[in-house]
Design a protein around this ligand. Structure first.
Ligand code: SF4
Length: 290
């Protein structure tokens, strides 16, 4: 008779855990991943998350393994403030509306909620200061984007669409996270690059904007500076040495999403990954086949 020790039991539990997880992924993936892939639609943020880690993208889309609520709550608040500011609301009114929204968000305890609300107000204050001194014209906010790259459709929404002094489009993406994008990666930041590609493909022709002048991440969360937002610009695609990189990236990512392998790639976002506890990259660097 085989005697099981603690290690055997642990391996059996891990095997069972992965079996259940992958079964769920395969089941949910068929419906949730298969449909958008069949339609060949990708959003700029999906291109970003798939490029960073294929496994996390798969589990977030197919199995609903999302980030913790507080991250989403900050996103809701800052986007609400951005919309109000764009509509010309006074700072006091924006602060009051943030408090109203806050009452409907669940933080688990009144103490924690109060602490996070102070942080949210700091984010909003930084955003409003940036918004007021921004010299560009705000053309649209929360604007839908659609563009076609061969058989692949780019779909999504931009936080802010602006026009610079030379009449070019600048897409601004507001970020509430704790880590800025590495400065060395900005020229190839996938989400910003796909926004610029969409501009080139005529996504905002209705506003007379067909040439991208660049794109920006505006960090209002812990990734910002002490007293102001951190602006992380990407130069215009046309000014770079390889202006076709964003198009190639969209095609590569769309093919990868439809493929059989989803690679777990270690990256700075692993710290906050909701599936890190069961990620094979931290042990053996495996790939997952749904
Ligand atoms: S922990 Fe890192 S490598 Fe693993 S799934 Fe999450 S983001 Fe990917």
């Amino acid at each position: 008779m085989i005697q099981l020790n603690a290690h055997h039991v642990w391996y059996l539990i891990m095997a069972a855990q992965w079996t259940v997880l992958l079964s769920l992924v395969a089941f949910a993936g068929g419906a949730l991943v298969g449909l958008p892939i069949a339609l060949m639609r990708v959003s700029p943020s999906q291109v970003e998350s798939f490029t960073r880690c294929g496994l996390r993208w798969l589990l977030e889309v197919a199995a609903g393994a999302r980030s913790v609520d507080v991250v989403r709550h900050f996103g809701i608040v800052i986007h609400a403030a951005a919309v109000l500011a764009a509509e010309g609301a006074a700072d006091d009114l924006i602060g009051d509306r943030i408090d109203e929204v806050w009452h409907h968000l669940d933080f688990g305890s009144a103490w924690y909620s109060k602490k996070q609300r102070e942080l949210a107000h700091q984010m909003v204050d930084k955003f409003l200061a940036w918004h007021r001194q921004n010299p560009r014209d705000l053309v649209a906010f929360e604007e839908s984007v659609r563009a076609q790259v061969g058989a692949v459709e780019i779909t999504g929404r931009v936080d802010r669409l602006e026009r610079d002094a030379e009449g070019r489009a600048i897409v601004v993406d507001l970020k509430t996270g704790s880590a800025p994008a590495p400065a060395t990666d900005l020229d190839r930041h996938p989400q910003l690059g796909v926004y610029q590609l969409a501009v080139m493909l005529g996504a905002f022709e209705r506003f007379g904007l067909t040439e991208p002048g660049g794109a920006e991440l505006v960090q209002v969360g812990k990734a910002s500076l002490a007293a102001q937002v951190r602006v992380q610009p990407q130069r215009s695609l046309a000014d770079g040495p390889e202006p076709g990189w964003a198009r190639e990236l969209v095609e590569t990512v769309a093919a990868g999403m439809a493929g059989p392998l989803f690679e777990a790639r270690l990256n700075p976002g692993c710290r906050n990954c909701p599936v890190a506890s069961s990620c094979p990259a931290h042990t053996s660097g495996e790939q997952v086949t749904p």
